[in-house]
Structure formats: structure tokens, C-alpha cells
Design a protein around this ligand. Structure first.
Ligand SMILES: Cc1cc2nc3c(=O)[nH]c(=O)nc-3n(C[C@H](O)[C@H](O)[C@H](O)COP(=O)(O)OP(=O)(O)OC[C@H]3O[C@@H](n4cnc5c(N)ncnc54)[C@H](O)[C@@H]3O)c2cc1C
Length: 364
């Protein structure tokens, strides 16, 4: 297992493995039954950006990239970033910056149509109290999944844009917040922040399936009752323990050549018709850092467009300001021998990172 954890990084650097599935790679490395059934396959089924396929058929490059950032595999500590003080601090800190720049922030407002015209963009919105409005802007930056953006631009999209957007995959997942320990291991000391199912014969019918143990993940205080979030429950939590039960859609890692083609298709339409695109769906492994990195890249492209055309000169806020919110860390790195770094409690300047300083979206 230790050798596999280091060796599997090769699928990201060696083109031989482009488009390989998990099953093919396991054959290639002559994986033992124990490695397959106790480590790779259950964890593959519990990796949330993976497609709802048998684990053997999942793309190996997407899986390894996702595991690398979680410290499950790899020869160096995971390159994770943390918003100091919790994710709500990001919104708290960003709001005054935007307001000072003259931003009109509208919460609980759904965008239902976007029309890109010759010299402006019309954003059609509907607020929570059911009031509709048309906002006129210089440009639009979509930060929702491409598939969800497609209906919003359906009235004025063109074939190249439509085909770039449909190249990305989306998947529906049931997510249940509950207090039922029956979805966890019998022994409390075996409870991790992320908990996988290792079935004895019967594989879960819907994937990915995983249970997040929020008390450990969020380092909640001891008086908070054990709370779990199960994605696609493999067994029903007791109804009286359920706090919420709903569905969401999330990006799916495509991997291989198809994944690279999807990204280059989007690169071609970036900035066309006053429209930019960002979101974790564009960058593997589809976690928060991916969303941040793609947003930063889109912001840089936008600022350069603004400077070039002086179309929106008052929007030149500095993306560097936001970096002070983020701290590097690998608090969930679980490999033996890797020192766990504490999450700092003060704002720190971010260290250079291969994720954040990439100039253009591409598979890394
Ligand atoms: C179950 C689960 C667990 C996860 N756990 C982790 C984890 O532990 N660590 C991690 O790094 N990542 C995790 N992720 C992935 C992470 O949540 C995503 O990568 C990240 O949230 C994507 O950010 P985003 O900004 O691209 O999109 P989103 O977070 O999806 O933001 C898009 C926003 O746009 C809004 N929106 C959508 N349509 C409209 C519309 N028409 N009008 C107005 N607003 C609209 C949405 O409400 C949403 O707020 C998890 C994902 C899932 C599904």
C-alpha cells in the first residue's frame, strides 16, 4: 500500500496512462486483493467528484489528483489551503471590499436569463420576494457549472459555446445530514473525518457514497452532538435522526483526453461576447481550491480586458488583497509519517502554490 501511494502519481505525469481506468491501472501494478478491496475501490467509491460508475471504470487520473490534494497518496504533503476562521470569514471579508468598489450585492436572487448584446450584458434576475429586474452590466462572469449556465444563455448562445459547455459533466447526489451512527464504523475510535464503505461482496448501488463526520472535520466543540453528512446513503439513516435530506448537483471528473478537450474548449470561449467562466468544475480535482484558482484566473483575464478596453475602469480591485484570507495547510493529510500542520488562527499571506499561480486553466 505504501508503495502504491507513491507510485500512483505516475498517472499524472506519464502520458502512457492517459485515459486509463482504475481497473486497468490496478492490473498494470499487479495490485493485491487487499490493496483493491480494502483501499483503492472503497475509497474510489467514496471520492465525491467521481462518476457514478463501478470503481474499476473510473478515470485513474482524476482519482489520483483528488487523493493527492487530500494527502491520501503522494510523496510530498498535500497542497491544501484553508480559509482562516472558517469559510464564512471569506464572505465577511470580501463584502466590504466589494462595497467599497461600488458593488451592488444581491443575495437570494436567482439569475434566470443572461443576454449578451453588442455593447452590454443584460442579466435578468428574480429576487426571493418574487420581484424581477434586468441588470445592465459590461460583462458577465459565470461561476455556476457550465451545464447550469447553458439554459441561462440559451436565447443567444452559439454552437461553439454550447458545445464547450456541454462537454462538462454534472451528477445529481442525495445529501442527508443526520445523527445516526449506524452509517459509521462500529468502533468510535475508527471514525474519520471522511468515512468509506468497504462492502463484503455487495457494492453500493449508487456512487459516490461517503459519510463526513462533521465534528471531526470541523473540529466542533465537545457539546455538539455527533453529526454526519452522508452523500448517497448506502443504508437509510433512522428518520428521527435526519436533520435535512435533499439533492444537489456537482461536477464530475472526466479525466484523460476528454477532460483536457473540455478545458481547452472552454479556454477558447473565455472572454468571448463579454462572458467569462469560473468554477471548480473547470479544474481537477474539483474542490474548493479549484474554484478559487479558476476564479482568480478568470478575474485576472477580466482585469486585463478592462484595462485594455477601459470598459469598466472602476472595477480594478486587486485580487491580491484576497490572498491574505487563505492559509496553506494539510490538516487532513493522513499518510503515516507526514507531520500534520495545525491550521493557523491568524490571517497569513499565502505561500506560492502551484494551484493558485497557474496562469491559465489546464489539467495539472
Ligand atoms: C457532498 C460534497 C462534499 C464536498 N466536500 C468538499 C470538501 O470537503 N472540500 C472541498 O474542497 N470541496 C468539497 N466539495 C466540493 C466543493 O463543494 C465544490 O468544489 C465547490 O463548492 C465549488 O465551488 P464553485 O464556486 O465552483 O461552485 P458552487 O459552490 O456550486 O457555487 C455556485 C453558486 O451559484 C449559485 N447559483 C446557481 N445557479 C444560480 C442562479 N441561476 N442564479 C444565482 N445563483 C445561482 C449556487 O446557489 C451557488 O451558491 C464537496 C462537494 C460535495 C457535493
Amino acid at each position: 500500500m505504501a508503495a502504491f501511494r507513491v507510485r500512483c502519481e505516475e498517472v499524472l505525469t506519464d502520458q502512457t496512462f492517459a485515459g486509463w481506468t482504475v481497473g486497468r491501472y490496478l492490473e498494470h501494478v499487479n495490485a493485491s486483493d487487499a490493496l483493491r478491496n480494502a483501499f483503492v475501490l472503497p475509497r474510489a467509491m467514496g471520492s465525491f467528484p467521481m462518476p457514478d460508475k463501478a470503481p474499476h471504470d473510473m478515470p485513474i487520473d482524476e482519482l489520483v489528483r483528488f487523493w493527492l490534494i487530500h494527502g491520501i497518496v503522494g510523496s510530498i504533503p498535500a497542497n491544501r489551503h484553508t480559509v482562516v476562521g472558517g469559510m464564512h470569514r471569506y464572505v465577511e471579508s470580501l463584502t466590504p471590499v466589494l462595497k467599497a468598489a461600488g458593488a451592488d450585492i444581491r443575495c437570494n436572487t436567482r439569475v434566470f436569463k443572461v443576454l449578451r448584446l453588442e455593447e452590454k450584458v443584460e442579466v435578468h434576475v428574480n429576487s426571493a420576494d418574487d420581484k424581477s429586474a434586468i441588470l445592465t452590466t459590461d460583462f458577465v462572469l459565470f461561476t455556476i457549472h457550465a451545464r447550469n449556465a447553458l439554459p441561462l444563455v440559451a436565447d443567444d448562445t452559439e454552437p461553439e459555446e454550447a458545445s464547450a459547455l456541454t462537454a462538462f459533466k454534472i451528477q445529481r447526489a442525495r445529501v442527508v445530514v443526520h445523527h445516526d451512527p449506524a452509517l459509521m464504523a462500529n468502533e468510535h475510535d475508527q471514525w474519520g473525518a471522511f468515512n468509506y464503505v468497504a462492502p463484503d461482496g455487495n457494492w453500493p448501488a449508487v456512487r459516490p457514497t461517503i459519510t463526513f463526520y462533521l465534528n471531526r472535520l470541523g473540529r466542533l466543540s465537545e457539546d455538539v452532538p455527533d453529526t454526519f453528512v452522508t452523500m448517497n446513503p448506502f443504508r437509510e439513516p433512522s428518520p428521527e435522526t435526519v436533520v435535512s435530506d435533499g439533492y444537489l448537483v456537482h461536477p464530475v471528473g472526466i479525466g484523460g483526453t476528454a477532460g483536457r478537450n473540455a478545458i481547452s474548449g472552454l479556454e477558447k470561449i473565455q472572454g468571448q461576447r463579454r462572458t467569462w467562466w469560473a468554477g471548480s468544475y473547470i479544474r481537477s480535482p474539483h474542490v474548493h481550491e479549484s474554484a478559487w484558482a479558476s476564479g482568480r484566473i478568470a478575474a485576472e483575464m477580466l482585469l486585463s480586458w478592462c484595462n485594455e478596453f477601459s470598459a469598466c475602469s472602476e472595477s480594478k480591485s486587486n485580487v491580491e488583497d484576497l490572498e491574505s484570507l487563505i492559509s496553506t495547510g494539510s490538516s487532513d493529510d493522513e499518510r503515516p509519517g507526514v507531520e500534520k500542520r495545525a491550521v493557523p488562527t491568524t490571517f497569513l499571506k499565502i505561500k506560492p502554490s502551484r494551484l493558485l499561480h497557474a496562469r491559465r486553466p489546464r489539467v495539472i
